[in-house]
Design a protein around this ligand. Structure first.
Ligand code: URP
Ligand code: ZN
Ligand code: ZN
Ligand code: ZN
Length: 455
């Protein structure tokens, strides 16, 4: 099958170029001005922007948390992804305590294989450090699972400093890269206990028991450990100035540190917890922060101190969120977002002059592809690359509503948000999977083995 995309503008991390794109089967065959191919299906993309398919390196599909399971699994979650221009997700295969990494990987393959509508891989979340874990990490690298995840909080997944140190030492030996959820669990436990004793359990208390200092402390500690070992690490879902300052300090000392943030931290703030019952729909960790942090995060994307924007999609219905109606500690943490990341970054980043399209391409496509060992197979529109393309119509307007979403949830954190610049078409390895903003082909996703990180 051949497609010829005519008269669009190709966006890469450093330029915008008016050019046609010729796709043959799963690959980009050629890009350039005025291409012709009598055998190709012509697709008119005049006036539209062609981004390399977006990569979402932080999703939680079909994850068991707080006695329930996320509303989106790989079926609904990846449909939402392709509707939003995301052609690859890297989810978290999670090792439950007592399990081997091999078992966790097998478990996640069962959840994702033959069900996914975009390409996928997994980071391996280590939550049980033992001698076997070290050897299993080598196996993961052989399986193309070249990135790992560790949590410095959450009782079911937390690793202590001893285990983080040991795991990162092993990581250095095998050449893996690690993303870490940074929050100081001791501080959070103490503050939560105090709130509970006072009977202070509304959603508005959630950000107060997980303060910015708890995030910054954990970032500092992680970077001290990583610095001692001499290994690069990724701070995932970074939310605030204090945490970014800690990253910058470590870099000044010569450390390699990557940082990821998410649309909710760029666009929403902690006043949403003050909206009564509805506040529980915004409960995620780390929590939404005070508005002044947003400027810092946008600036971080612009000047390159923050490398990627992922979603941390971890969705629950309002009913599930309501479990904690009178007790925020029982509300499962997380928000939906895999569907709306591209249009939000375009509208509120590019549209507001905070990001260039090239910078948007870097944080959504090129950087995650490089960081997670996918480049140049993914993350760029070049001859030989996978034909993963998100076509944005920069003029078309839309409004985000729960009712019109593919995500399997009955609310949207961005309900009523105006969009200018919509996802028109999406190609996944040469297959037209979204057309006119609608998902037209599902379950075309494949597991992608990844190489070592190279950012
Ligand atoms: O609240 C969140 N972010 N839930 C998902 C798990 C995590 O911490 O990334
Ligand atoms: Zn082996
Ligand atoms: Zn996390
Ligand atoms: Zn997460």
């Amino acid at each position: 099958m051949r497609y010829l995309l005519k008269n669009g503008t190709i966006v890469s991390g450093d330029q915008m170029k008016k050019a046609d794109v010729l796709i043959e089967d799963e690959k980009i065959l050629e890009t350039g001005p005025d291409l012709h191919d009598p055998e190709a299906v012509l697709v008119d993309v005049t006036g539209e922007l062609l981004f390399p398919g977006f990569i979402d390196a932080h999703t939680h599909f079909q994850l068991e948390v707080s006695g329930t399971v996320t509303a989106d699994d790989f079926d609904t979650g990846t449909r939402a992804a392709i509707k939003g221009g995301t052609t690859m997700v890297i989810d978290f295969a999670t090792q439950y305590k007592g399990e081997t990494l091999e078992e966790a990987l097998e478990n996640w393959h069962q959840r994702a294989d033959n069900r996914s509508s975009c390409d996928y891989s997994f980071h391996m979340a280590i939550s049980d450090w033992n001698k076997n874990t070290a050897e299993s990490m080598e196996h993961m690298m052989e399986e193309g699972i070249t990135s790992f995840k560790m949590y410095m909080t959450y009782p079911d997944m937390i690793l202590n400093d001893h285990d983080i140190f040991m795991a990162l030492r092993k990581m250095k030996e095998i050449g893996g890269i690690t993303g870490v959820h940074c929050e100081n669990s001791g501080m959070i436990d103490a503050l939560t206990e105090e709130a509970r004793n006072k009977g202070d359990l509304g959603a508005d208390v959630h950000p107060k028991v997980r303060p910015e200092g708890a995030e910054a402390e954990a970032v500092n500690r992680l970077l001290a450990i990583a610095g001692e070992i001499g290994i690069p690490v990724i701070v995932v879902h970074l939310t605030c100035k204090e945490a970014l300052d800690a990253v910058e300090r470590a870099r000044k000392k010569g450390q390699t540190v990557f940082a990821e943030t998410c649309p909710q931290y760029l666009l929403l703030d902690s006043s949403l917890y003050e909206t009564g019952e509805e506040g529980r729909n915004y409960i995620c960790s780390p929590p939404l922060r005070k508005k002044e942090n947003q400027k810092v995060l946008w600036e971080g994307l612009r000047n390159g101190t923050i490398q990627t924007v992922s979603t941390d999609h971890c969705s629950f219905t309002t009913k599930q969120k309501g479990f904690g109606r009178d007790d925020f500690t029982k509300t499962p943490n997380g928000m939906p977002g895999v569907e709306t990341r591209g249009v939000l970054l375009y509208t509120y980043g590019v549209g507001k002059g905070l990001l260039t399209p090239q910078q948007m391409c870097r944080v959504l496509s090129e950087n995650p592809a490089k960081l997670y060992g996918l480049y140049p197979k993914k993350g760029c529109i070049m001859p030989g690359s996978d034909a993963d393309i998100a076509v944005i119509d920069p003029e078309r307007e839309d409004v985000i509503t729960a009712e019109s979403q593919e995500q399997n949830v009955d609310y949207s954190p961005f309900e009523g948000t105006k969009i200018k610049g919509t996802i028109d078409k999406v190609f996944l390895r040469g297959c037209l999977v979204t057309d006119g903003g609608r998902v037209v082909k599902i379950k075309q996703g494949k597991f992608i083995k990844r190489g070592p990180h190279m950012l």
